[in-house]
Design a protein around this ligand. Structure first.
Ligand code: GAP
Length: 435
């Protein structure tokens, strides 16, 4: 099994990611996050928000509507230019992205017709009639809300340049060729911010945010040797960008984009100022001079972060069993501890009352401090392996000595070392360890 198959299989088997609409035969390239995947994704989202919004003095967050006035997407250039080149096979009529299609149709060997531009915006209708005047779009990126709300944020939050507006949420793109598990789908989550600055300082901020993106990836446990920084050439960049660096990752299916960093100039604010008639300029607090801010935009694909985290965490290794001198294969997800879905699992050595009378209240107490699991079936060795496979950093075993010494055995996922720890203070002890 290759690495991609291994994590897709594990994701389905252990409740991280399921095929969408499965009982109806699925819907191609749609995926649902299961209970553990939802925790993992939420941990990443929350950590990102803490790091880039709450811990900073130069960032504020918004949570905008998914459907905006269609004029927004006309002004932003998305209605005209947010398109991929598409080719259609003249024989079987399957469609492909022209930049990925090759010479002949990969399905039937037929020849391709001429390439044409295919717009990626998802159309919808507001209200009860499907008339052109009611047509709207599901948002194709988060960024536009942060531009459109710029004057409201400026006024309500009294910010000075440089500062950023951050957002997280779902976007929609009618991709021609989705695929590779959660790598390319038609709806996905983004985390991004628009960092507003004076024009003369964009290069400084661009370099700073590039280094911050690298630091975030290290924090997510991504090995730097799997990353590449690809300077996008003139003519290849999105319509709004003067400089873009794609952060690429070595996926099992090739080197492809993970995140992007773009210098969007004053393109968006200027367009919205012209189209809406609203003043989007910023008044310098010393000189009073008014100008349209420039923007550096770091974008983090959340689903791709989940995919890369699964790939990076996955390990197959030989590990000692309970039997002296014996080993067997274990699959272990070595997520950074802050990212792991469960932080701790409580494992009563037996279902006898003298043990469960301690284990159950302990589980209830720990649940208040962190995400916990409770597992009382099969041998302790098998239970350790089950927790390893979902990346739980600590297992807490309640045994027959616990009633006597007030201690439990805490077992570490990575080193597999075990230590006796007092129940009194266990929650604080574990909280410190999972930071
Ligand atoms: N506001 C800028 C923007 O949206 P983008 O390069 O179009 O930039 C940003 O997309 C990020 O979204 C990418 O770096 C990638 O992580 C993620 N992404 C793009 N298309 C995707 C898709 N179809 N499925 C999942 N993630 C996707």
């Amino acid at each position: 099994m290759d690495r991609m198959e291994a994590i897709t299989d594990l994701a389905k088997r252990r409740g991280f990611v399921f095929p969408g609409s499965d009982i109806y035969g699925g819907l191609a390239n749609s995926w649902d996050y299961g209970p553990l995947g939802t925790e993992l994704k939420k941990n990443i989202k929350d950590e990102w928000w803490k790091r880039f919004v709450r811990e900073r003095t130069d960032m504020v967050g918004i949570d905008a509507a998914l459907i905006m006035n269609p004029k927004v997407w006309e002004a932003s250039g998305h209605v005209k230019q947010f398109a991929d080149p598409l080719v259609e096979c003249t024989k079987c009529h399957e469609r492909f992205r022209a930049d990925q299609a090759g010479e002949k149709c990969p399905s039937c060997g037929g020849a391709f017709g001429p390439a044409r531009q295919f717009n990626l915006m998802f159309k919808t209708f507001l209200g009860s009639t499907e008339e052109a005047k009611n047509q709207a779009y599901l948002r194709g990126e988060l960024a536009q809300a942060m531009f459109v709300d710029f004057p409201a944020v400026l006024q309500s939050m009294r910010r000075r340049l440089p500062f950023g507006i951050a957002s997280q949420g779902r976007v929609f793109r009618n991709e021609i060729t989705p695929g590779n598990f959660i790598f390319r789908t038609r709806e996905f989550d983004l985390m991004e911010f628009e960092y507003f600055c004076v024009a003369s300082e964009w290069e400084k901020h661009f370099e700073y945010w590039l280094s911050e993106m690298k630091a975030w990836l290290a924090h997510c446990g991504v090995d730097a040797k799997n990353l590449h920084f690809h300077e996008i050439e003139d003519g290849e960049r999105a319509h709004y960008s003067k400089r873009t660096v794609d952060i690429e990752y070595e996926y099992p299916f090739g080197r492809k984009e993970l995140y992007g960093l773009a210098y969007r100039t004053d393109f968006d604010l200027k367009n919205h100022m012209e189209s809406s008639g609203r003043d989007m300029r910023y008044a310098d607090h010393e000189t009073g001079e008014r100008s349209v801010p420039h923007v550096v935009e770091p974008t983090f694909g959340l689903d791709r972060t989940v995919l890369v985290s699964l790939l990076e965490a996955y390990r197959e290794e030989q590990a000692p069993t309970a039997e002296e001198g014996e080993t067997d294969a274990r699959i272990v997800m070595k997520f950074p501890k802050w990212m792991a879905p469960y932080k701790v699992a409580v494992l009563p050595l037996s279902k006898k009352k003298e043990i469960t009378d301690i284990a159950e209240p302990l589980y209830a107490e720990l649940r208040k401090a962190m995400m916990c699991d409770y597992d009382e079936t099969q041998s302790i060795g098998k239970r350790y392996r089950r927790q390893d496979e979902i990346g739980t950093p600590y297992c807490v075993t309640v045994d027959f000595d616990t009633a006597k010494d007030g201690c439990v055995t805490v077992r570490d996922r990575d080193s597999m070392a075990q230590e006796r720890v007092k129940i009194a203070g266990l929650a604080e002890y574990l909280t410190e360890k999972i930071k």
